[in-house]
Write a protein that binds this ligand. Structure first.
Ligand code: ISL
Length: 570
């Protein structure tokens, strides 16, 4: 091999977080060790061996901090204490040690756009005590008229009048989640100290919650009243966001070998580039949400006028644009679901007739794209959406806020009119308990689960999956292994094939002489792949989700939701 070949095939800028497969845990719903019906830290520790067997490299742990739980831990009342229901700091130390003993890293959720209204900072701020006056966004004015027209992401006005301080405070989420005022230097200093405290405890990075909402424009001007979320053009990616992120990087993150993934809805590629890498604001990667909005209606996620529709060419266009335009300028995250989204097999696959086929197709996609893949708990066994009958069964603060908003505005007259939409989109789908086995409550708890267990647990559960060598679970394990073995899936270039095909999603990944071809029949019909200009005559099957996949990719039709990975470099 000459020098030039050596440079071409050597992956550029190796980083552990680029090579990692991340597994997200929503602790409330993962595993309950003490029988109170709520998942906890010891419950996760019991399953570390399970995670190791699956082969994941990083756990992203959703918030475990002290919280009154209006938004299941995303309303934090003490950043350095563990929620009683989840255990103690000693339990947390043990979890970290058990993960690290198996070379699994741990990243924690960093929720600093807002705190809980029970946080000491807010208690003091509403009483104008000891330097905490400006920790939140306070505005005076008549109690009848909010300071501007901004809407909360969880429905209704983004402002609540506080009877104690006799002023309005801003909350872009629930009223129990007041937004911190990042203009106040002490707020930033306190957050940096807290981040350092966790990093010194040995964590490996942060998932940064709703982080592109930190900077609000001076004077709080009204937003465009026709926007689907009024104010969104002003409070997403606000004027000082880059400076705030850079400050976190320079003062804290750059001192550690820590990864960051920043949750950033409403962010386009060029804006993302400004935040990414040393040249930007120092972030390693972001979660962008363009593809997560593909099936929303014109008025957003809970729009009874049009939801649930998307076509494959559009999905391919969005994802391919991020793949190619971030190349050499940043790094992608790859995900189809998380704790805020419906179950991936119900939303992007077919949770009925082609349950296993589509669950494994989605696995093939997640683990062969460019960027760091994020798996959500339960997707490795193909967990599905839950059926809601009544509004009472809904737990999620976002869904409740959205439905109440629709009722208040007279868009619908009853829950019945939005039941199908809730059954499609609610965040609760991701939060029903993890299905471990066929015993009561799917083995999640010995008590009464905080959210009902999906009725399909006798068939869809970890125990059954582990007993069946052909299960979705083993397919995930195999694909994770494959990604670990083949640099081309991590560092290779991505090229989309047949962009307009309505059924086939196909792409190549290329690194030096290594070329992989991924062909996904993302439909419930059989479909033939048209290789176009590329030579596939010598293709060799690497992995497929059916027995006997087509030996040559374009010689016969792929079956419903058939997924095949070929090596083309032979
Ligand atoms: O803004 C959005 C849509 O316009 C959302 O996608 C938004 O980014 C998302 O709701 C933010 O989610 C995160 O912060 C919330 C919390 O409830 C979620 O669970 C968390 O993932 C508030 O902390």
């Amino acid at each position: 091999m000459n020098d030039r070949d050596a440079t071409m095939s050597a992956p550029p800028d190796r980083e552990w977080w680029k090579e990692a497969v991340v597994y997200e845990i929503y602790p409330r719903s993962f595993n309950d060790a003490d029988g109170d019906g709520i998942g906890d830290l010891p419950g996760i520790t019991e399953k570390v061996e399970y995670l190791d067997r699956l082969g994941v490299d990083v756990v992203w742990l959703c918030p475990v901090y002290d919280s009154p739980n209006h938004d299941n831990g995303y309303d934090i009342s003490d950043y350095r204490a563990i929620m009683d229901e989840f255990g103690t700091i000693a339990d947390w130390d043990e979890l970290l040690a058990e993960l690290h003993a198996r070379d699994i890293r741990l990243i924690m959720d960093l929720v600093v756009n807002h705190t809980s209204d029970e946080h000491e900072w807010f208690r003091r701020s509403r009483r104008r005590e000891g330097g905490y006056d400006d920790y939140y966004h306070w505005r005076d004015g008549s109690p009848d008229e909010p300071p501007n027209n901004w809407e909360s992401i969880f429905g209704g006005s983004a402002w609540t009048y506080d009877e104690v301080r006799e002023e309005w405070y801003l909350h872009l989420f629930h009223e129990s989640q007041p937004d911190l005022n990042w203009r106040t230097p002490d707020v930033r200093a306190d957050v940096k100290e807290m981040m350092t405290w966790w990093l010194e405890k040995g964590i490996d990075g942060f998932r940064m919650d709703a982080i592109n909402l930190l900077s609000k424009p001076a004077g709080y001007p009204d937003g465009d009243p026709t926007a689907s979320l009024v104010g969104e053009e002003l409070f997403f990616n606000g004027p000082r966001l880059t400076a705030y992120l850079r400050e976190l990087y320079d003062d804290v993150l750059s001192n550690y070998d820590a990864m960051t993934v920043a949750e950033m809805a409403n962010t386009d590629i060029e804006t993302a580039v400004e935040y990414l890498g040393e040249e930007g604001a120092g972030l390693d990667m972001i979660f962008q949400f363009e593809h997560m909005k593909i099936d929303w209606g014109p008025r957003g996620k809970y729009d009874p006028e049009g939801w649930g529709e998307f076509d494959l060419p559009e999905l391919k266009e969005i994802l391919s644009r991020w793949q190619t335009r971030l190349r050499d300028r940043g790094w992608n995250s790859v995900f189809l679901g998380n704790h805020d989204q419906a179950r991936i097999v119900s939303r992007f696959g077919d949770d009925d007739e082609y349950h296993e086929e589509s669950a494994t197709l989605l696995a093939t996609f997640l683990l062969t794209m460019g960027g760091t893949p994020y798996l959500y708990q339960g997707d490795e066994i193909g967990m599905t959406n839950f059926e809601f009958d009544t509004f009472d069964e809904v737990n999620d603060v976002e869904t409740i806020g959205a439905v109440e908003d629709l009722l208040r505005r007279g868009v619908v007259d009853s829950f019945d009119e939005v039941r199908d939409l809730v059954n499609y989109a609610s965040r609760d789908h991701a939060r029903t308990p993890m299905q471990w086995d066929t015993t009561d409550n799917a083995g999640f708890t010995n008590g009464e689960p905080w959210l009902p267990v999906n009725e399909n647990y006798p068939e869809i559960n970890v125990q059954a999956a582990l007993a069946d060598p052909d299960s979705v679970w083993y397919y995930y394990q195999r694909l994770i292994d494959l990604r670990h073995d083949e640099d081309v899936f991590v560092y290779g270039e991505y090229d989309l094939l047949c962009p307009d095909d309505e059924r086939i999603y196909a792409y190549t990944r290329t690194l030096g002489d290594d070329v992989m071809l991924v062909v996904l029949n993302w439909s419930a019909e059989s479909a033939r792949f048209d290789a176009g200009g590329i030579d596939v005559a010598d293709a060799a099957v690497v992995v497929g989700n059916y027995d006997d996949p087509p030996v040559t990719p374009d010689e016969e039709a792929l079956r419903p939701y058939e997924a095949v990975v070929y090596r083309l470099d032979a």
